[in-house]
Design a binder for this molecule. Structure first.
Ligand SMILES: Cc1cc2nc3c(=O)[nH]c(=O)nc-3n(C[C@H](O)[C@H](O)[C@H](O)COP(=O)(O)O)c2cc1C
Length: 189
């Protein structure tokens, strides 16, 4: 797929079919995603794939989060329908059977910590685009930052920060294209 087309047509998908994601395919996409550039070539990322019982544990954590979201969503002026939709999505991640979690190594120095996080983001975005090219769908979520400590405990990982969680699966919706709100490109000459 042409890169420009992939960039424009990738969407955040929040509803998935029952069809499982082939392990070899997912492994290949993740390995390719790790060709992202990284600060000082530290390659500070970690991808964790959750399926089966591990996926169920993530969903349990999500379901708890969904209940705690009522206040923050009201504060954002989300109406009843939107609040129900967002909470419902956090409860079952759109029926996805697989999730990928991207972490970045935590560092004490701001420079390294920042570089590690954005390097992780580059790897995760690589994965989103590769998944899209393969016909798979994702939805990068940072909502889990609200329960980052619980999530890292669930994963049994220390010394890392959350870059994002994404369900991965075969899409079962084709949502409207969220318009880009502005083109914030400044040329200074
Ligand atoms: C850093 C980041 C965090 C996001 N967090 C969430 C999230 O917690 N929950 C969610 O449903 N979508 C989340 N999204 C998806 C955005 O809502 C989505 O990218 C945006 O609405 C544009 O839609 P598109 O991805 O289809 O172009 C996140 C996206 C990014 C890049």
């Amino acid at each position: 797929m042409e890169l420009e087309k992939a960039l424009r047509e990738r969407r955040s998908i929040r509803k998935f079919t029952d069809r499982p994601v082939d392990r070899d395919l997912l492994e290949r996409l993740l390995r390719t995603a790790l060709w992202a550039p990284s600060g000082m070539n530290r390659q500070p990322w970690k991808f964790i794939v959750l399926e089966g019982a591990a996926m169920q544990r993530l969903l349990k954590l999500s379901a708890g989060m969904a209940e705690d979201m009522e206040g923050p969503l009201r504060a954002q002026n989300f109406n009843d329908k939107m609040r129900a939709y967002v909470k419902g999505y956090f409860r079952d991640l759109g029926g996805a059977r697989t999730a990928v979690i991207c972490l970045a190594k935590a560092a004490d120095a701001y420079l390294a910590d920042h570089a590690n996080m954005v390097s992780g983001a580059a790897a995760l975005y690589n994965f989103l685009l590769l998944a899209h090219e393969a016909g798979l769908a994702c939805c990068w979520m940072t909502g889990y930052a609200l329960v980052e400590k619980d999530l890292l405990r669930l994963l049994g990982v220390e010394g890392y920060k959350l870059v994002g969680v994404t369900p991965v699966g075969w899409p079962d919706q084709s949502p409207p294209v969220p318009p880009r709100k502005h083109e914030d490109i400044v040329w200074m000459t």
